[in-house]
Design a protein around this ligand. Structure first.
Ligand SMILES: *[C@@H]1O[C@H](CO)[C@@H](O)[C@H](O)[C@H]1NC(C)=O
Ligand SMILES: [Cu+2]
Length: 182
């Protein structure tokens, strides 16, 4: 069973590699970085965000932060109490799933947050497989989407009641130990 899971993981990497080759790194705000007085709506316009791409937020440490929020919190510039702001000054976000994504700066200037002043970014991320930038990738167009693969993995990781007669007790221990720890 452990072998089956390993095979599944290898299969995922095999599918993930073509996706990553076509991945784009988006420097938010380009040379302006993540700052006040910049229109991120205009910046995002005409750009294509795909699953596997990355967003990079550059700013002087301490001046700003990056918080992923929901649509309503984006609109009202609310910082959820559970928020875990990114604060490294070079925050990299991997766009792992398709859909609408909202990011704000939650730093308070004393007269509201930077978000209130317009430091906010909303993007729509599309599936990676929709686009085939190269002929090599076009042949992969029928590959299952990452979301579907995630589901497959989950299913495979659930210990099944399959016969374990061929396995020694040690192997069984290894199997359960492995999945309890992961
Ligand atoms: C930012 O740019 C968008 C798109 O060009 C525009 O609709 C919006 O009014 C601009 N916002 C500000 C605050 O200038
Ligand atoms: Cu800020």
């Amino acid at each position: 069973m452990a072998c089956k899971s390993t095979t599944a993981l290898l299969a995922i990497f095999a599918f993930a590699i073509p996706t990553l080759i076509g991945a784009t790194e988006h420097i938010v705000g380009d040379d302006n970085g993540w700052t006040l007085g910049f229109n991120y709506t205009a910046w995002a316009q005409g750009k294509e965000f795909r699953v596997g791409d990355t967003l990079v937020f550059n700013y002087p440490i301490g001046d700003h932060n990056v918080i992923k929020v929901t649509g309503p919190d984006f609109k009202s510039c609310s910082v959820p109490s559970t928020a875990e702001p990114l604060t490294t000054g070079n925050d990299v976000i991997i766009l792992a799933t398709a859909g609408r994504k909202w990011y704000i700066c939650g730093v308070d200037s004393g007269e509201g947050t930077h978000c209130d002043a317009g430091q906010k970014l909303v993007i729509t991320v599309f599936d990676a497989e929709v686009e085939a930038p190269s002929p090599a990738m076009a042949s992969d167009a029928s590959a299952p989407s990452p979301a579907v693969m995630d589901i497959d993995v989950e299913a495979d990781l659930v210990p099944s009641p399959a016969p374990i007669s061929g396995e020694t007790p040690n192997e069984q221990y290894y199997f359960f130990n492995r999945f309890l720890k992961v």
